[in-house]
Design a protein around this ligand. Sequence first.
Ligand SMILES: Nc1ncnc2c1ncn2[C@@H]1O[C@H](COP(=O)(O)OP(=O)(O)OP(=O)(O)O)[C@@H](O)[C@H]1O
Ligand SMILES: [Zn+2]
Length: 474
Amino acid sequence: MVQIRLTNTRTRRKEDFRPIDADNVRLYLCGPTVYDRAHLGNARPVVVFDVLVRLLRHVYGADHVTYVRNFTDVDDKINATALARQQAGAPGTLEDLIRERTHETIGWYHADMDALGATRPDREPRATDYIAQMIAMIEQLIAGGHAYARDGHVLFRVRSYKDYGKLSGRSVDDMIAGARVEVAPFKEDPMDFVLWKPSDQGLPGWDSPWGRGRPGWHIECSAMSYELLGDSFDIHAGGIDLQFPHHENEIAQSCCAHPHGDFARTWLHNEMLQVEGKKMSKSLGNFFTVRDLLDKRIPGEVIRFVLLSTHYRKPMDWTDDKARAAEDALWDWRVLTKGVEPASEPDPRVIEALADDLNTAGAISVLYTLKDDPARLLASARFLGLLLPGLGDWMTGDLAVIDSQSVPVKDVLAALTGKLTDLRAAAMAAKDFSAVDALKAALTEAGVEVRMSKTGVELIAGPRIDAGKLGMLL
Ligand SMILES: Nc1ncnc2c1ncn2[C@@H]1O[C@H](COP(=O)(O)OP(=O)(O)OP(=O)(O)O)[C@@H](O)[C@H]1O
Ligand SMILES: [Zn+2]
């Protein structure tokens, strides 16, 4: 069996991965807060950990992995977008508008992540479906002396958990000195964080022993992972920006509520997608969405390729050059593997690279060496979620406009193949090839590779085909 090695943020070491139960390997990834489109940074953990899930399924069996990713559908930012819509005159109660917004955003999220070739998780719990479990967990924490209720709030007593700060390697006192912790009259200690808070009138709220209110963000992941994966599971993943305080707080809550469990054994954190050295984020406003790129006709698998070209523990940025190189490689491979049946197994070097702390860049570099073995190339690329049948539309999807009508490029190419064949026959008879040469030059100019042999004419569309120019050649 392949031995997977992963860098565990908790121990700061690369370790042999040994699942608690090889029949059910369990992974939890912190999912999005559903108030807006996902930006490219948000897609990085989704794509990277999708490859991990593919690897785990390969090693332990397709039915022996449980992958959970949540939707945070209760949040101030969601409320704010709904309120803005209401103020702009949208009909319905605020609650209706919130539901509409989260529903719509989840739909976008699915469409965008599907376009990147990311497999859907086995379970996608929504926080609002697990409020009862959150309340139960908070009650347990209060009973154990780890939390206290004040003025409709419930707070986690950070000093009651001696290992607080271990994941991120900070001491509580350093955190107080350095962090912008909120000092509030209802807190015993400035480090204590909210498990439950009151809801304003008109905003979503649930009845609880502490009055009508709603959960804090951190308790959501603790309650949902416990419910779906148990008190000890294998891998917890997310972006490095969540390590503190979100993951630190998740650990404190889960370990105090379920002291006999280990919560997550391996912690994986992806580094940030950056823009000019800064984290791409909504709050900084330096972001573009996955949809922005797709709308610019950058294929989903090109985005995926670029995201996988850098190791997940290194910061990276998006550049047009990277996208162009990815597009060229994918185009070549799609041409090479056209009509080819994939080999039964990927190249072992691809598995080896991935098993070594998810070295996706190494795995992609193996693909470049497989041009002479298209069947193996196809199987290996598909293992990484590339060259998937459903993601290949971009090769033929462009439309040319001919006599004000949109015509698929592949039909135009077929017609031009006929035209060039006829011109060649006439040229041979007349011993004058000038018209053939002129059409060939124009085709090359429009991004089409022309192959002529004794057996016939073949036109191969290149990645940057100019559909407009092409249409004018007919
Ligand atoms: N620039 C980034 N690069 C990589 N991962 C990121 C980046 N920004 C956010 N993430 C990850 O995206 C996932 C979803 O995060 P979340 O929904 O909390 O982000 P958000 O609040 O919409 O984004 P932002 O951080 O921009 O405000 C998390 O796992 C988070 O770590
Ligand atoms: Zn989480």
